[in-house]
Design a protein around this ligand. Sequence first.
Ligand code: GLN
Length: 525
Amino acid sequence: MKYIIVTGGVMSGLGKGITAASIGRILKNKGFNITAIKIDPYINIDAGTMNPYQHGEVFVLKDGAEVDLDLGNYERFLDIELTCDHNITTGKVYLSVIEKERRGDYLGKTVQIIPHITNEIKERIRRVAKKSGADICIIEVGGTVGDIESMPFLESMRQMHSEEKEEDIAFVHVTLVPLDTQGEQKTKPTQHSVKELRSLGLQPDAIVVRCKEPLLADTKSKVALFCDVPVSAVISAHDAQDIYNVPTLMEQEGLSDYLMQKLKLTPKEASHEWDELMGKMASINREICVAVVGKYAHLEDSYISINEALKHAGIECGCRVKIDWLDAETFEKNPDAVNMLKKYSGILVPGGFGVRGTEGKILAIKYVREHNIPYLGLCLGMQLAVIEFSRNVVGLKDANSSELANTDHPVIDLLPEQENIRSMGGTMRLGNCEAVLTEGSLASKLYGDNHLIERHRHRYEVNPKYILQIEAKGMRFTGRNDHRMEIAEIPDHKFFFSSQFHPEFRSRPGKPSPPFLAFVKAALD
Ligand code: GLN
């Protein structure tokens, strides 16, 4: 097993996750099997209980793990499926060490950060890497070097460095070269962050430098000199047009050759899939504009997988999908504002929790249903479509979800198995579940099959008591898992498709998600 450890310096938000995923991709393009691990030094067991407004989207894996959005980047860039073990947090590490202590596994010993916590970290990494069967395991250490929380993880990396053979482990440090007021590239922050890294006993093999414009030769030499790496190991990671251009950029900078040399790897059979994708992206010559009506309208990171899934579908159709992020509360304050929706080629309502903005989303859904504008509803976006239809077509004026209000007509209600659950972490209906599709439905056409598997994250569902009443008025539940409604569509509409699951999580560049592809096609029409 070869390990590539990616650390970050200077500040957060430099795109360490994209860098780690891109490093994986350029090596995958050389024929290697890649897996990836994200270390998040926070105390939370997982991202499931965190606010997407602060931490970005909660990504859901096939096994139901609720994880950091970077795992989504790994899955998309590397076209792999990961599990909960690929996201290591301080919470998980301490929880298992404390459980072992209570069980008596360390009997007689004082349990300490070194060696017990660091051993637990290393064991987890090695176990996951081995189980994956990959040739190379990329490990991204979240946070910025110098943070108190990441210390035990960086110490574990230091120990791994001395335990593994020199050719089996490489360190890549991601930093920033800012411009001064005269527009000159400044290397001091990078020098300082490498100094900090060295004080922990770690020396980077390569430095990936984020910057606005390509790094000048002089700047590269300076970084190389002060940070003690060859000039060829200083990689200019200047702003790219799109995140999917980053691997190509790193390849051009020579990073895969450098890493293969360091890790004594000879390339296997090259794959050209990524180049083909780049070719398709370069030939895009049309643009459509869709609106996402959400709660965190000014924070794209909260809906990153939706953004990517729309992009994947767009690439397939040869068009750029421009997204306007609309705040649902605007429509609550001013219901006439929904008229602005007519300028969009399609409207998407994403998943969400809590009542804020839901009445605004319902107004938006009413507008698109009545004006035959393509609609894609995801999870809460399906539940609200059912509520809107029940209120305005079926005639149940106070129809609502029991998550959102006390009502006589809870057309969306708690899943029966959720009734006695009080604890919040990891307790929803999560991960891969199957749905059986109605023959001849839009759903079965999109998936080209009579069943599907998609990822879930919800506590509420369509209340089975109302199904006949709703279907009698023209909304159809064309995907089902036993008594659970997985898909709601309106056959009379130009394109009205909504799902209880989140198809965005399984979308990949080059393999767009079927509902997203059909939505973009309908929008193009
Ligand atoms: N809040 C809704 C539920 O729990 C929808 C969840 C979602 O959109 N992910 O069922």
